[in-house]
Ligand binder design. Structure first.
Ligand SMILES: C[S@@+](CC[C@H](N)C(=O)[O-])C[C@H]1O[C@@H](n2cnc3c(N)ncnc32)[C@H](O)[C@@H]1O
Length: 462
């Protein structure tokens, strides 16, 4: 019978495990705990890390180092595993998952941060001894010494003998299938490397001034006005949670690309009635919050989400707004009458391949097999969005993925049906260069400093 791996805190030893954990390097232990949460409980690093930083009250320097270690190790997992696989006699999947996470954490420091090998190896061996036990620390010590001897990432990529797109994938921390998807969406090799590099860089925090002037938010935050959305402020550092306007909800954290995608709905030309808007997949309420703030007087906003807990988050995001209705409703079987709305935003559930900068582990969790069922759901939701809008009304279709199967293919198929007309996106955003993707819109991290948001605009003509 195989024994389940021992969990932290159950390791026998002379000192109590909690004492041993207290003696460890706080930043590295916190980074390890994030890796462990991601691999053993499918936690999201962008939620778990801030929680641990708050609980442990690391000072600013240690918090920054823990963040760099956790996010960097998660992003680099594909490359780290390619290196480690050649240095461990068993398949990596057969290692105690805690040991694998510790090896990744140590190897990342060696190949990417160039932490002196004695510091990277010794601290990881200490962590291993405290978390897993003395037996495993010998293996970690031996493997990490070999990683250190192999040099930095470039030297390792040469040693691995990878070339072409395989090398690009490992150099930019993307799985191969995502490299292929980005190449396809970009229409070729030209911008592929800068796009993938920008997609791997830590993003700036963007704020949206929802119910306050942008200038006041610039002043309060010390940030800079965003170039594309009239409501955006870009922060170059600092914790947005400290800002009074974010705490009170008159401003919020929102990628500038998401703001542009929400604003697309408001820019579409419309003849006749314009008083009922629908955000069909609204949770957690980022775009609904912006739409509620910018809609003309007299417009009623309905915001729906299939998941009741997400609808609850929308309710919170819209607290204090008049003339809004929040529904827990499935957009594919909606409770509203067909033709009820003048404008519909469909911010469809998607793979999230355009927002990998914020969710470092997602690139390794997602697989190609996730795409077809999502594309089917997107097509079904888009048909329902078109039925929900009145004749002459508009639907904005948005995804935070540039994958062609989730974007242009879905909209092309809907537009091929009678009674649907495509409205070109780029003329509605003359201030944003390089946004056109045929008649659709596409933002890119390397061109626009935003997530890779896709957007299309359709009018129902019959
Ligand atoms: C990309 S997110 C929306 C983000 C949101 N617009 C914002 O800006 O905060 C997609 C949302 O679609 C919801 N969803 C998935 N399937 C749905 C369905 N059949 N009907 C309605 N909502 C659905 C998910 O629960 C998720 O909250």
């Amino acid at each position: 019978m195989t024994r389940p791996p021992r969990r932290p805190g159950r390791t026998p030893g002379r000192r109590h495990p909690a004492t041993r954990r207290r003696e460890l390097d706080g930043a590295r232990l916190t980074a390890y705990d994030v890796l462990d949460g991601v691999s053993s409980r499918a936690a999201y690093a962008n939620l778990l890390l801030p929680q641990l930083l708050r609980e442990r009250q690391l000072d600013v320097r240690d918090a920054a180092f823990a963040t760099q270690l956790a996010y960097g190790t998660l992003r680099a997992q594909g490359t780290l595993d390619a290196i480690l696989a050649g240095l461990v006699s068993r398949p990596l999947g057969e290692l105690d998952p805690r040991v694998l996470d510790l090896l990744r954490l140590g190897a990342y420091q060696l190949i990417d941060l160039r932490v002196p090998s004695h510091a990277a190896v010794d601290t990881t061996v200490d962590l291993t001894r405290a978390i897993v036990g003395t037996g495993a620390s010998g293996l970690v010590n031996a493997v990490l010494r070999k990683v250190a001897a192999g040099g930095d990432r470039d030297q390792w990529l040469s040693t691995l003998g990878v070339a072409g797109e395989e090398r690009l994938a490992l150099a930019t921390n993307h799985p191969r299938w995502i490299v292929d998807a980005w190449r396809d969406a970009l229409g070729g090799e030209g911008e592929l490397e800068p796009a993938l590099l920008a997609d791997d860089a830590a993003p700036e925090v963007h704020l949206v001034a929802r119910r306050m002037g942008r200038d006041a938010l610039v002043e309060e935050s010390g940030g800079e006005a965003g170039p594309w959305s009239p409501f955006a402020v870009r922060l170059h550092g600092g914790d947005p949670g400290r800002l009074a306007s974010v705490r009170s909800g008159v401003a919020a954290v929102q990628d500038e690309g998401s703001q542009v995608a929400g604003l697309l709905l408001t820019r579409a030309p419309l003849e006749g009635r314009d008083e009922a808007w629908l955000d069909m997949c609204a949770g957690p309420g980022g775009k609904a919050g912006l739409l509620a703030a910018v809609r003309p007087e007299g417009v009623r906003l309905t915001a729906a989400d299939r998941a009741p807990h997400r609808a609850e988050l929308v309710r919170k995001a819209l607290a204090g707004e008049a003339d809004v209705e929040v529904l827990a409703a499935d957009g594919t079987a909606p409770p509203w009458e067909s033709g009820s709305f003048d404008r519909v935003l469909l911010d469809a559930p998607c793979t999230g391949l355009g927002a990998l900068r914020r969710r470092p582990e997602v690139r390794w969790r997602r697989t190609e097999d996730d795409v077809p069922p999502l594309a089917d759901l997107q097509a079904e939701l888009l048909a329902s969005a078109l039925a929900s809008v009145r004749v002459g009304g508009v639907v904005a279709y948005v995804t935070c993925s540039p994958h062609t199967a989730e974007t242009a293919d879905v909209v092309d198929a809907a537009a091929a049906r009678d009674g649907v007309e495509v409205l070109p996106v780029a003329p509605l955003f003359p201030e944003i260069p390089g946004i056109e993707r045929d008649d659709y819109g596409q933002l890119w991290p390397h061109r626009h400093g935003t997530d890779a948001m896709f957007m299309a605009l359709l009018r129902r003509t019959r």
